[in-house]
Design a protein around this ligand. Structure first.
Ligand code: SF4
Length: 344
């Protein structure tokens, strides 16, 4: 899939934009000043597949914690700051890899210039984030108005000869989000951070996000994504990986194929499918694993799977690329599949 070209920016050890792959982001839900809990959650996110993490910086204590957090993690750290240029300066000083800040929200332009100079000195980018729910001056949330507001922020940075910019233009309404990002892709040369903001709880939010983010990625728009869910952020990462995998934007994520079951089902397949799905969350390779309910239709229906299982009465057949290779007891299915996944 051809990605729309944008200006590449450096985020820690990653290059975002250009023709580089689409990065998965999330945000911690801990208090940033609670370094131990924040680092613990970031480690869990890293393990799940998060590639860039953002933390909220509300005050000086949060800002002062950033350096220690950064030292204990392995992925780029982004500081999310509103209004206060001093917090931005401290975050940059603490060694974050990117800041999220809307320069138009800082009244005194000389203070913005200080932040920009500090970013230039450390070679770190700024993400401008415009959300449909917080447009200034009572502006109606329309795509044109969101672009107008983003342009105002961008122009401040450009006037200071600063171009290491990423943009997000999130809306709670999926259709508005799609329309706005399409317009942004035509308007700005900068990498775009995609997301449906306040998308909701895990199930409905993941579907809404997958549709909004997926449609844009399919058009080549977007350089990094965040699935915002009212849940543990590890679930955001799982949803993001599913989106990228199904668009063939990542080839290091396993794919689980499983039948919906029907009256021909012969064994407790749903439980095995769920357990294998959980196991695959920790696997970083491209492998298609099929869990099928019956051996009459299973292997044939899943002929594109690398490995798989189809159940019989108290037993199951293991197949590779649609061909049955061995017969095992039902109780051996999980361990056999795990071993084959590891060896693949
Ligand atoms: S694989 Fe077998 S059990 Fe599963 S849906 Fe197809 S026919 Fe039904």
């Amino acid at each position: 899939m051809q990605r729309l070209q944008t200006r590449p920016i450096k985020v820690g050890n990653l290059i975002m934009g250009g023709n580089n792959h689409v990065y998965i982001q999330s945000m911690t839900t801990t208090f940033t000043k609670d370094i131990e809990s924040t680092v613990k959650q970031i480690h869990q996110l890293e393990k799940a597949g998060c590639e860039i993490v953002r933390v909220a910086v509300l005050d000086k204590v949060d800002a002062a914690a950033l350096g220690e957090i950064k030292r204990q993690i392995h992925i780029p750290l982004v500081a999310d700051i509103h209004f206060d240029y001093k917090l931005a300066l401290e975050a940059i000083n603490q060694g974050v890899d990117k800041i999220r800040l809307n320069p138009g929200n800082i009244q005194d332009r000389s203070k913005v210039a200080l932040v920009v100079e500090a970013c230039k000195a450390k070679n770190i980018p700024i993400r401008i984030g415009v959300n449909s729910g917080s447009l200034p001056d009572g502006l109606e949330p329309t795509a044109e108005n969101m672009i107008k507001v983003a342009k105002g922020h961008v122009e401040i940075l450009e006037s200071l000869n600063f171009y290491d910019i990423a943009l997000s233009l999130k809306a709670t309404d999926m259709n508005l989000m799609i329309e706005t990002y399409r317009l942004a892709a035509k308007t700005f040369p900068y990498p775009l951070h995609l997301g449906v903001t306040e998308a909701g709880t895990a199930f409905s939010g993941a579907i809404k996000s997958a549709m909004g983010i997926g449609i844009l990625l399919h058009e080549g728009i977007g350089n990094t994504i965040r699935v915002s869910l009212t849940d543990n952020p590890e679930i955001e990462i799982r949803a993001a990986k599913e989106i990228l995998k199904n668009l063939n934007l990542r080839n290091d994520i396993p794919n689980l194929i499983s039948c919906p079951t029907c009256g021909r089902i012969q064994y407790d397949m749903i439980d095995i499918a769920k357990r294998i799905e959980t196991y695959l969350q920790g696997v970083n390779k491209h492998i298609n694993v099929a869990i099928m309910g019956c051996k009459v239709n299973g292997p044939g229906e899943a002929k594109h799977a690398d490995i798989g299982v189809a159940g019989g009465k108290g037993e199951a057949v293991i197949f590779k690329h649609g061909q049955i290779v061995k017969k095992i007891k039902e109780s051996e299915v999980y361990d056999t599949l795990v071993k084959m996944i590891d060896e693949f």
